[in-house]
Each structure stands twice: as C-alpha cells, then as structure tokens.
Design a protein around this ligand. Structure first.
Ligand code: ARG
Length: 605
C-alpha cells in the first residue's frame, strides 16, 4: 500500500488529480531471488502519469527509499523490486505460524486458514460405490480426492458435508445375488474367513465367468454376440431377480439386504483404514423411486416424451446431447433416474451453495445431461452442481494382479504397499527405533499412495507405480513424512538437551535479529508465508495437487536449510533458538498440510 502512496505522490507532483487504483498494485515473485522478494510492474500507471513504466519505477523507488523502513527498493526495467526486511518479516511470519495455545496438529491451527469460503455450504459427493464388488484402485483415487478436497474447503471456512451414495440396486447387484443364490449353499463371509465385500465380489466374478461360458456356447451354436449375451439364460434370470426386487418380493429383498450389508460393511472397513469418512450416506434403494417421480413430472410438463415402446425419453439435440432414455419401457429405472431424486432430496435436506460430484471422467456425459435436465425441471440450484471429473489410474503392466484377476483391488494394493514398507524398515534395521513397525509401515503405505494419487491434477489419467511411490527420496509421500520425522527428532533432541525452545517465549516470536537471516532461512520463511495462499488456491481450483506441490517445495527448502545451517550447534544460542523456532514452524505447517492431503504424520520412521 505504501507503493500506491508513492505513485499517488508522483501523480500529485505532476498535477494529476485522477486517483490511483490500489488494485493496480500487483505483487509478483521475481524470476530470480537475487532481484528481490517482490516485484511490482508499473505498466498500469503509465497512461495516467504519462511517463514510461521504467521512469515510474525509478521515481517510486527514490520516494520509498527515503522512508528508511529497512526494506530496499530498486527499479529494474518496468518493475519496482522490493527486498523485505528479513528479520522483521521472519518474526511476523513465525509469530503467526507459532501462535500459542494451539496444540500442534489439532484442527485449530489458524495459520493457513484463508477464510476465502467463509460459511459457504458445499456438499461433496464421493466414492459412491456399487455394492456388487469391493473398492478398487480407481475408488482409491476418488476417495482421497473427495476427502482431501473436503478438508481443504473446510480449511477455507466452508461448511462441508461429505456424502456418499451407495448404488445398492440394479442389475449388477442382481448378478452377484443370483450366483450366490444358485451356488452359495449358505456360505457366509465368516464361514469362509473372507472380508465381507470381497465375499460379495467373488459371486460377481463367478457370475461373469459362468455368463462368459454360456455366451461362448451360444456363439458357437450360431447366435450372434450381442443377442447371445442379452438372451443368455443367466442374464434372463438376473433380470427376473431385478423385477422381483423392484416388486418387493420378500425372499429377494431378504437376500438383497444380506448381501448389501456384507458389501457395505466391508467397504466401511476400507474407509476407516484409509482415513476417509462421510457425514451422510444415501442409498439408491431409497432414492430411486423419488427419481421416477421427477421423470414423470417432466413428462407431464411436456419436457420429456413417451416413446412408442413406452420408455420415457428426452430430446437434447438442441444442447448437442442427443436423445436420452430416462425410464425403461418396462417402467424400471436406469442409472440416471435415481440421480434426479437424490439431488432434489439432498437440496431439500441441506440447501447447499454448491454440490461437487467426484466421479470418473467416463461419466462426463451423464452429468451434463443430469445438470441440464434438473435445470429444465426448474430447479434454480442446478447451476450450482459441479462434476469434479478425474482420470483413470492404472498400474504399470504386469506389476500386480488383484485377487479377482481383473481390476486392482484397493485392500490388496494397500496390503502390498504396507508389506513393501515393512520390508524396507526391516532391511534398514529400524524396527526397534520405530517402535511399532507394522503401524508405521501402514502409515507409510497410505502416505505413499495418497501423495502419488493427489500430485497429478484430477483430470489427467495416470499410472500408479507402487515402488516409486514408496521411495524415501524424490517427489513422494514418504519423503515428506521423512522430513517431518527428521524435524521431530531434532526437536526431541533439543528438549532432552539444552531445551532452547523451552526457554524461548514462543509467543514473543522470533529470536531472529536483522541481518541474521541467511538465504536458505529466508527462502523457508517465504515458503511459510505462502502457505495460506496455497490452501486457498487448492480450494478455488478443487485441486489438491497445488498443496502436494507446496509440500514438496517446503520440504526441499527445509532440506537445504538443514544442510546449510547448523541448528543445535549454531554459532550462538540465540541463533540456535531462532533456527529451532523456524524448524518448529515448518513442522506445524507440514503437519497441517499433510493432514489436508490425507497423509499421516510420523514422529519416527
Ligand atoms: N456408483 C457409480 C459407479 O460406480 C458412481 C456414482 C456416482 N454418483 C452419482 N451420483 N451418480 O459408476
């Protein structure tokens, strides 16, 4: 703001009465830290002052230099470059990051809480599995994206409601049910010693296998492929089961309830394991009828039409979205039907300012149609619906096979990451040091997984490389966890020895004196100061990769500082104390940011 003042003074000198717009003073980070900490381009003022940007920069620098603020001002071409007062700035930043009375790592960390979304109500729907088989690698990306985005939005002041729809009805569930009904012979997850969602998944695999055989036989008998499948006896029996379910048949409902419970119970175990939680669950079995009503309302209003075969459809060619069936000819719902009802009910129960659907990019068309139709049905809030679309995630060829052989199972993947981490701990003979190797290995596995999945922007397809994700060096979760453990260990050492921090009044801020802040320390202070903006950016773009990138930069800056600046053995006690404070501030920000991207913090590893 003093810059705006200086430019106003220049204007006055020249007898110009028009006012300077302070919003035209935009701070940038110079491309090279040697040039200064902040650079402000002067282009915006050239017209008003009728001078070249370079002349304005030079004149403003001269005015500001007279203030003796401890900062330096230099003109470099059209830029006014500012070097901040390092000691003062460090003190101010550390005072914020070390605010007293707040325990490290608890939810009340006020630094990095930008308030950019204060009191906005955002509902985030994510995970939303089908109940015919367990969670897979794609869900892991979905889950961590949804959980992380929710935490980031809340950090910016939003009221967040995490919600999950369990798609527990439809033909896919009937397939698992049919196989179990025909071959299950009273087996249960308990009797087989299998995680309950995996148990359900086995029957789905069985169905697929049996169907494949049936289809092959029929194709060999001369029936063309699509018909061979659609009219296979197994498919017909599965359809029958769906109709029975929709008609509320007692025996079918009972079986469905049992298998749904198994599936959901198993999935919730995986959520707990990965640190994912929901404020609310919807069940398609309870919302699909509401959806039917919405479709029929649209039919009445003339927005939709009935086809000669009885199906309800809508023509969206004007929107370039083709024709879309909304209700089948036999009156049964399809996937999109239930989404109408669920959306309407959600807004009734919790009137949101925004609803974010975290769902794979293969459903882009689905959500375009859904949002367009809700708008046509007259729901004003339809414009506040947003599809946070994410790309596919694959494993490098031949790396790991799921138990069921096709997709990569979530539990299996985490198990093998954990086993690899445990192996590493054993190889390094750190079992005693870490205390509980199994628990630490599990946290490293989650850190590796979550970081790897989040450092790619959601929209991009990606390859998950288990080995690379676990590396302790490089751009990985374990590298960040290691940095946290390293700082923790140093702070423990200090507490056991001279306890310089204990003596320091943390509240009275930094022990840094002007001139004592070397380049690596200064870089670190600037990184700390950038934390709130990094959180705000991740929230604004619904993209946690802004935070993972921040975390990596912060860790690298710390690593440089740790390498270049003796901490416990600094030249003076005062300097030791200052550097310990800086380290503690880094640790708090690290811990807080790790939590926002669902990476467990480790005291030792
Ligand atoms: N269960 C669906 C699937 O696995 C995803 C549901 C996404 N959410 C929604 N409201 N349609 O494909």
């Amino acid at each position: 703001m003093r810059v705006a003042g200086a430019i106003s003074a220049l204007a006055q000198e020249a007898g110009i009465t028009a006012a300077i717009n302070p919003n035209d003073v935009n701070a940038e980070i110079p491309p090279n830290p040697q040039m200064g900490d902040i650079g402000i381009p002067m282009f915006a003022f050239a017209k008003l002052l009728r001078r070249s940007p370079g002349q304005i920069a030079a004149a403003a620098a001269a005015i500001l230099a007279k203030e003796n603020s401890g900062e330096t001002f230099e003109a470099e071409g059209p830029y006014l470059n500012i070097r901040l007062n390092r000691g003062e700035t460090a003190a101010a930043v550390l005072a914020e990051a070390l605010k007293p009375g707040i325990q490290d790592g608890d939810g009340d960390f006020p630094f990095g809480r930008p308030a950019s979304l204060n009191d906005k109500k955002v509902m985030v729907e994510f995970s939303s599995p089908n109940t015919n088989k367990p969670l897979h690698l794609g869900h892991l990306r979905n889950d961590v994206l949804g959980e992380s985005v929710s935490r980031i939005l809340a950090a910016c002041g939003a009221k967040v409601r995490k919600t999950c729809i369990i798609n527990d009805r439809g033909i896919h569930i009937c397939k698992s049910m049919l196989s179990y009904k025909e071959h299950g012979q009273g087996q249960t997850p308990q009797s087989e010693g299998v995680k309950s969602d995996h148990f359900v998944g086995r029957w789905y695999v069985r169905f697929s296998k049996d169907l494949k055989e049936e289809v092959a036989q029929r194709v060999a008998g001369g029936i063309p492929e699509p018909a061979a499948e659609a009219e296979a006896p197994l498919m017909i029996r599965a359809q029958e089961l769906l109709r029975k379910w929709e008609a509320g048949d007692g025996e079918t409902t009972e079986l469905w309830q049992k298998m749904t419970d198994w599936a959901v119970t198993g999935m919730k175990e995986t959520y707990t394991r990965t640190g994912v939680s929901f404020d609310h669950y919807d069940f398609e079995s309870q919302t699909w009828l509401l959806g039917k009503d919405e479709v029929l309302k649209g039919l009445e209003k003339g927005l939709f039409f009935r086809q000669p075969d009885g199906a309800v459809a809508v023509d969206l060619s004007a929107e370039k979205l083709d024709k879309k069936i909304l209700l089948r000819s036999d009156g049964t719902s399809i996937y999109i039907t239930q989404d109408f009802g669920t959306a309407v009910k959600r807004h009734e129960n919790w009137p949101f300012d925004q609803l974010v659907y975290v769902v794979g990019s293969e459903q882009q068309y689905h959500f375009k149609v859904l949002f367009t139709l809700l708008d046509k049905l007259g729901y004003a809030w339809a414009k506040n619906l947003y599809h946070l679309s994410y790309g596919m995630v694959n494993l490098p060829e031949g790396k790991m096979k799921s138990r069921e052989g096709t997709v990569v199972d979530a539990d299996d993947l985490i198990d093998s990451l954990r086993d690899m981490a445990l192996e590493e701990i054993r190889e390094k003979e750190r079992e005693e040091e870490v205390g509980n190797p199994g628990e630490v290995a599990e946290k490293i596995a989650l850190g590796a997984l979550h970081y790897y999945l989040l450092q790619v922007s959601p929209a991009k397809d990606m390859l998950f490389d288990p080995k690379e994700s676990l590396s302790f060096t490089g751009n990985t979760g374990p590298y960040l966890q290691y940095m946290g453990a390293r700082i923790s260990s140093m702070l423990r050492k200090d507490a056991a020895g001279e306890n310089l921090q204990g003596q320091a009044q943390i509240a009275s801020a930094s022990a840094y004196t002007p001139g004592a802040v070397s380049d690596p320390e200064w870089e670190l202070v600037k990184m700390l100061a950038a934390y709130p903006a990094a959180v705000a950016e991740a929230a604004a773009k619904l993209d946690p990769s802004h935070l993972t990138a921040y975390l990596y930069d912060l860790s690298r800056a710390f690593s440089r500082f740790y390498h270049d600046c003796p901490i416990l053995n600094a030249e003076t006690k005062e300097l030791s104390r200052a550097r310990l404070q800086l380290s503690r501030a880094v640790m708090r920000v690290l811990k807080d940011a790790l939590n926002l991207v669902c990476i467990p913090f480790l005291e030792v590893m």
